[in-house]
Design a protein around this ligand. Sequence first.
Ligand SMILES: C[S@@+](CC[C@H](N)C(=O)[O-])C[C@H]1O[C@@H](n2cnc3c(N)ncnc32)[C@H](O)[C@@H]1O
Length: 510
Amino acid sequence: MNEKKEFGDFQTPDSLAIRAIALIDKLFENPDYVVEPTSGIGGFLGAAANYWNRTASYEGYEINNHYVEASRLRLAGLNVEVHHRDFFTEDWVSNLSKSDKPRVLVIGNPPWVTNSDLGQLGSSNLPKKTNFQGLRGLDARTGKANFDIAEWMLIRLIEALPSTGAIAMLCKTMTARKVLKHFWKTEGGRKDSHLFKIDAKAEFDVSVDACLFFTTGKKISDRAATVHAALDFESNQTRIGFIDGDLVSDIDSYEAYRHLDGGSSIYTWRSGIKHDASKVMEFTKKNGRLINGYGNEADIEDDYVFPLLKSSDLGNGRIAIRKSVLVTQRHTGDNTSEIKRKAPKTWAYLMEHADTLDARKSSIYQNRPRFCVFGIGSYSFSPWKVCISGLYKRISFVLVAPTDGRPVMVDDTCYSIPCCCKEEAELVYELLSSDVATAFLNSLIFTDSKRPITVDVLRRLSIVELARVLGRIDNLQKICQSYSEDDSGVDTQMSLLMEQELKYRTMRRS
Ligand SMILES: C[S@@+](CC[C@H](N)C(=O)[O-])C[C@H]1O[C@@H](n2cnc3c(N)ncnc32)[C@H](O)[C@@H]1O
């Protein structure tokens, strides 16, 4: 099984290859040279050679010698050559450029494995320089540097493609998007870019969003691609693109709600609490007693224990509190050793589980106070919050009220806007739950991502502009003023910021 995973050895069913080739023909007729860079047992090459026959020549490249032999036998008499080669040592510019055959078409299905999967398998089936997107430091450590091998292969192939050529490959939808983003960011668009969704569960028995990705070698300034809901031109279509340096999941809808873009001057979205030790730090309540993830009672003081809502609670619209969490700090820099004096039983509990807490792997805990948590600040202790889980496809905000007089925490896969009072939270909730806000956010999110709703997307929505559009600006203004007055001389500047944003937006509209 490991070898199958290592080489992304999921051969394309013939029926799918045949349908894909018929569709490709509608976008790129009569290729004169067809190349399959990881040709496996030759399903794609066979479908292509049977479709276009002798009007083209065909070449396959494959690392597995058994497959090379098998495909040579299977494709005999079809004008197909199959080479036993490693993709990573090939010169693709020279492989794809034949002066007498300008209409080159690259087809196939590269391995869908990621570089970190390969790392775990101890595989060397990788490009030499793996940090190819130039990610450094935290991004590399937090997994942003993790990429699909297919992404690397597709970028190399498109770079090598002559302007008269085209490429059509099965891959994860996310991979196709990342590849397009790479080119949209670095050099511009490509003529005729399409993603045709396929049913990967039915075809390959894998649960992932996948597509047939088609694009050409012709560079253009328009940075957009059409996404088709199925492997045809008849199904529902939307356009994804790159606008002002960011990916947009539905260009037409985004254009309609673009006025809401540009961020919110008065509110900051915050991530929830992170502790990486749920069995120790989280509890359920049974008959008034706190039970930790090991099923043991935690006999600790109330001082550091707060109600907790998890992503699954928010995602399913559950606001009844089922859990609580031990919050060892109020700010990231706080010295946790004071717990020993203030709450000796809590300290004893932490010491009892010190091995687990000290072994937390993430580098964010290094050189920080022992037993510390992350994603914490005065905002975490705001009595009211408007929250959302980042893990669900549906945009659904939740109004979170204090419970038993204590602020409710959310976990690190959730985001929230802290509010000082019920009136403010209700207004922010009403604004965020409006149809316009949902339509704007939906035009930016990609539902096939692991975390469809990100803080970067949420931060783009202007709550001031939203209030103006919905005729609630006076109410928001009143709340901003009350912030300035309440803060006994410490002006939070919310009113000022709001005035400035309103002026700027009026200017932009005119
Ligand atoms: C997802 S399968 C697809 C096979 C074929 N393209 C098809 O559509 O049926 C990926 C293929 O890539 C081959 N492969 C993996 N790493 C390779 C490499 N470094 N060079 C060439 N082929 C490779 C595997 O052996 C496997 O046959």
